[in-house]
Design a binder for this molecule. Structure first.
Ligand code: NDP
Length: 255
């Protein structure tokens, strides 16, 4: 199947082969998409270049979202190489480690603003830069987590940032809908990635959800990738502004 034939996608957030963004990229690439990858800082450049070395016509560009010039340069590079953009997968987040343990009430101003800037503001920032390249329409997908709506121990400021991210998804869906650009979030169950390991007691959370979710297991990155593939494809042409759970059903459980 070639669900993304002739489509060009931009993937934010590949740090290594465990990254959710990488699982999304693999699913999209297998379905015919051409892909541009962003990395944050020279440290990750080599990783991303190695991972994408076998991919046809892949572009790898620097893009730290706290650097507006880099964001603009990344979109310029895509325009130069492909002339257009059909979808964006936004799979980035950051909060200082000390803010991801203990009590939320002690969150520093700096940690709060950093988490909000990188994990939430970057979505409208990237959407604005993507719009001119999505002349006939497009699809933007971001990654959220259940801690946006319910209290999850240690998730703290990241839960607040994810709540802002989900609300941003809805506001962007309304703004961009008239340009035939859809914006959706995936609320993924916990997956053992580099970022996840920054949250204290992640192991306990994984085993709890592995036992309690209706499917009695944790989600795999590729299952999130497959949902992202669906959302950026024309099969999802009437879906926008949604937060879709890919969490083995955990969110439906009450007591
Ligand atoms: P990864 O650590 O693999 O990916 C996070 C990415 O965000 C990294 O590539 C990281 O780069 C990037 N990033 C951080 N700061 C910036 C910045 N200033 N500019 C650009 N990129 C930046 O973890 P995941 O794959 O788990 O995370 C991907 C997304 O999925 C995140 O939004 C996360 O919150 C979300 N998510 C994750 C879940 C999980 O359990 N793993 C569950 C639900 C949602 P660097 O390494 O250099 O910091």
């Amino acid at each position: 199947m070639n669900m993304l034939k002739d489509k060009v996608g931009m993937i934010f957030g590949v740090a290594n082969k465990r990254s959710i963004a990488w699982a999304c990229a693999q699913a999209c690439y297998e379905h015919g998409a051409k892909l541009a990858f962003t990395y944050q800082g020279e440290r990750l450049k080599e990783n991303v270049e190695k991972l994408t070395a076998e991919m046809d016509d892949a572009l790898v560009v620097a893009c730290d979202v706290t650097n507006q010039e880099e964001v603009e340069a990344a979109f310029q590079a895509i325009k130069k190489q492909y002339g257009k953009l059909d979808f964006v997968i936004h799979s980035i987040a950051f909060a200082p480690r000390e803010a991801l343990e203990g009590e939320f009430v002690t969150t520093s101003r700096e940690a709060f603003l950093t988490a909000m800037e990188i994990s939430a503001f970057s979505l409208p920032q990237v959407a604005l830069a993507a719009m001119p390249l999505m002349e006939t329409g497009g699809s933007i997908v971001t990654m959220s987590y259940y801690g946006a709506e319910k209290v999850v121990q240690n998730y703290n400021v990241m839960g607040v940032a994810k709540a802002a991210l989900e609300a941003s998804t809805r506001y962007l869906a309304e703004d961009l809908g008239k340009h035939n650009i859809r914006v959706n979030a995936i609320s993924a169950g916990p997956i053992n990635t580099l970022s996840a390991r920054g949250v204290k007691n992640m192991g306990t959370l994984l085993s709890h959800i592995g036992e309690k979710s209706p499917l009695r297991r944790n989600v795999e990155a590729r299952e999130v990738g497959n949902t992202a593939l669906f959302l950026v494809s024309d099969l999802a042409s009437a879906i926008t502004g949604e937060t879709i759970y890919v969490d083995c059903g955990y969110n439906i459980i009450g007591v």
